[in-house]
Design a protein around this ligand. Structure first.
Ligand code: SF4
Ligand code: SF4
Length: 102
């Protein structure tokens, strides 16, 4: 029986939102355009700007805690739309989160 050399096995799973605990949904998200985010999910920052509200656990108020999916996907802010899976920012967030829970 042939064996797979350990060096060929990936250290980490491929980057995908389906194997991520919505790491980027803990970031501060400013509302720079009106995409229709419901008022109950909006907070005001110290400078008077509108941001997505975050709850005590650190995640955005619009995130479903069971599925870890956005409950307002069609209305999500521009910043969320532009945050690219697999981008350096995404990989950084995943790495930081895994370091916290390791
Ligand atoms: S974009 Fe990146 S950090 Fe955000 S949920 Fe998807 S994999 Fe996780
Ligand atoms: S609006 Fe949706 S995609 Fe944006 S941070 Fe909140 S839960 Fe995540």
């Amino acid at each position: 029986m042939s064996q797979i050399p350990l060096t060929q096995l990936p250290d980490e799973p491929a980057v995908s939102c389906s194997n991520c605990a919505a790491c980027c949904c803990q970031l501060e998200v400013m509302l720079i355009t009106d995409t229709g985010v419901p008022q109950r999910f909006i907070d005001t920052d110290d400078w008077g700007g509108e941001v997505m509200r975050r709850l005590d656990d650190g995640w955005c108020a619009a995130l479903d805690r069971d599925s870890m999916r956005c409950t307002i996907y069609e209305l999500r802010p521009l910043i969320c739309r532009e945050f690219e899976m697999g981008s350096p920012e995404c990989v950084d967030e995943r790495r930081e989160m895994s370091a916290i829970y390791r």
